[in-house]
Design a protein around this ligand. Structure first.
Ligand code: IDP
Ligand code: MG
Length: 140
């Protein structure tokens, strides 16, 4: 299968606990390559736009507030089947349901403060990558 790209975000609960390196080591150890990366503090408007797909969900407001509570690290991961592979490495949304050895099982604080975001399809990955990065910033 061809190499694929996916968008990953290390969320504010994880940057606050200085877990950026530990989380990135999981991706690298499991065969994904970080081909673009930036640390930034999202504005409310940016968080609302990024999570627009969830705007009808009960947790939308709270999620946006959480995502602007501290810095995040946005990154593009590259590898075989990267979208699905990243979702496996991350684990289930709710850390209580996440498999042993996943990022969320080992690091998440709650269903909301769950340490990482990962695109859920190739189509969403393309949209989410374009939200944060220009083509020039992605170096495989
Ligand atoms: P995902 O991040 O595993 O793809 P989504 O359903 O896309 O999960 O939800 C986006 C984010 O919204 C989650 O990662 C989590 O931070 C937050 N979230 C999801 N469900 C809940 C909930 O029931 N309560 C509070 N926050 C939630
Ligand atoms: Mg999602």
């Amino acid at each position: 299968m061809a190499k694929e790209l996916t968008l990953s975000i290390i969320k504010p609960d994880a940057t606050r606990r200085n877990l950026t390196g530990k989380i990135n080591a999981r991706f690298e150890e499991k065969g994904l390559r970080i081909v673009a990366q930036k640390r930034l503090w999202l504005t409310a408007q940016q968080a609302e736009k990024f999570y627009e797909v969830h705007k009808e969900r009960a947790f939308y407001r709270e999620l946006c507030d959480f995502m602007i509570s501290g810095p995040v690290v946005a990154q593009v991961l590259q590898g075989e089947n990267a979208v699905a592979r990243n979702r496996e490495i991350m684990g289930a949304t709710n850390p209580a349901n996440a498999e042993k050895g996943t990022i969320r099982k080992d690091f998440a604080e709650s269903i909301e403060a769950n340490s990482v975001h990962g695109s859920d399809s190739a189509e969403n990955a393309a949209r989410e990558i374009a939200f944060f990065f220009s083509e020039l910033e992605i170096v495989g």
